[in-house]
Design a protein around this ligand. Structure first.
Ligand code: ATP
Ligand code: MG
Length: 236
């Protein structure tokens, strides 16, 4: 479903954010992207959404070759992806409901379906009672949940989530993981960049570790880091 071969991303001549990345993700997989700040996790996600273009290599999502995809066709790709960017981006002058409805209007979903889909997505993230609130009336964690609702509102086959549990308390983070877990159980492919070692070590999935723009580990049901990492030491 997602295939990268020898992918490079250079932001400038002397700044190579990703180097020789080769990776295959099958439909229905759940993949954590881990690694220190600046490793290249967000860059990898941005290459998949075409927010950034790869410098060279091969990158395909489904039957779409992203190196060759013309800019004017990028929206058609995006509407099939659920994207949770690292920075919360909501339209401040629109209510929560309208922020989500706007996404669906932009991709020409039928009017009567919009209401149904928006309410269902808000219900899934437990934010239905905030549908008439404006983003600046919500906490950062609550805004994050709205961003997740917006990502899932059109039932995407692939979710690309960059730190979806950042800025959240543990209870909210667990709620978000339950949502992603359920979506994955029903066949949605999920790529999630995270620094949350507890989540990675608890809900075990494939772990891809990136460091200095290179893949240094690709492990089925992996852990967040080495056993010597103090965050991985649990007293039972
Ligand atoms: N728009 C940009 N222009 C130039 N360099 C960039 C740009 N975005 C990222 N970089 C560089 O690319 C490298 C990888 O950044 P990236 O944002 O992918 O890291 P990350 O793993 O997501 O980090 P974090 O965990 O802090 O989110 C860094 O060296 C960063 O400075
Ligand atoms: Mg990042």
């Amino acid at each position: 479903m997602i295939r990268l071969a020898n992918v490079y991303k250079k932001y400038t001549e002397d700044n190579t954010a990703l180097e020789n990345i080769s990776l295959k993700v099958d439909q229905g997989e759940f993949l954590y992207l881990v690694g220190p700040s600046g490793a290249g996790k967000s860059t990898l996600i941005k290459l998949l959404t075409c927010e950034e273009r790869l410098t060279r290599g091969f990158l395909k999502i489904g039957n779409v070759d992203l190196l060759k995809l013309p800019d004017q066709h990028v929206p058609e790709l995006r509407r099939q992806l659920g994207v949770v960017p690292q920075d919360i981006f909501l339209l401040d002058h629109l209510t929560v409901y309208k922020n989500l409805a706007y996404t669906l209007q932009a991709i020409e979903v039928e009017r009567k379906k919009i209401k149904e889909k928006v309410l269902a997505a808000l219900e899934k993230v437990g934010m239905l009672q905030f549908k008439n609130a404006y983003p600046n009336q919500l906490s950062i964690g609550q805004q994050q949940k709205i961003v997740i609702a917006r990502a899932i509102v059109n039932d995407p086959k692939i979710i690309l989530a960059d730190e979806p549990t950042g800025n959240m308390d543990n209870k909210s983070a667990i709620e978000i993981m339950k949502i992603l877990y359920k979506l994955n159980q029903s066949g949605t492919t999920i790529l999630m960049a995270t620094h949350n070692s507890t989540i990675v070590n608890t809900l075990r999935y494939r772990v891809l570790e990136i460091n200095h723009g290179r893949i240094i580990r690709d492990q089925a049901e992996g852990s967040y880091g080495l056993a010597t990492d103090y965050r991985d030491v649990f007293v039972i």
